[in-house]
Design a protein around this ligand. Structure first.
Ligand code: FES
Length: 108
């Protein structure tokens, strides 16, 4: 069964993509040309331009942030929110099917 993840831009535009199990959510966005995910570092966790906001109902279904992710989330261009995550640190699993992520107003 395809794993589908939806990205909602700051202007409300929605984009649903098919994600590959075992790859990161960041690559699901980049591979499908989703605007609003820059991912300048390619997933090395040094850029914080893959910032996404996870809705509260999904937050507990995702693995917790590592201390490195916590630290990088202080570097995001848009202010960090309660549900902020780095999408390069979220590995796609079948359980993520139906996940909706909000994109911040800016990544730089
Ligand atoms: Fe650079 Fe996620 S892609 S921190």
């Amino acid at each position: 069964m395809p794993i589908r993840i939806e990205f909602v831009a700051d202007d409300g535009q929605r984009r649903e993509v098919e994600a590959t199990e075992g790859r990161s959510v960041m690559w699901a966005a980049v591979d499908n040309g989703v605007d609003g995910i820059l991912a300048d570092c390619g997933g090395c966790m040094t850029c914080a331009t893959c910032h996404v906001i996870v809705p509260p109902e999904w937050a507990e279904r995702l693995p917790p942030r590592s201390s490195d992710e916590e630290a990088m989330l202080e570097m995001t261009a848009a202010p960090r929110e309660a549900g902020s995550r780095l999408s390069c640190q979220l590995v796609v699993t079948p359980e993520l099917h139906g996940l909706t992520l909000r994109l911040p107003p800016t990544q730089y």
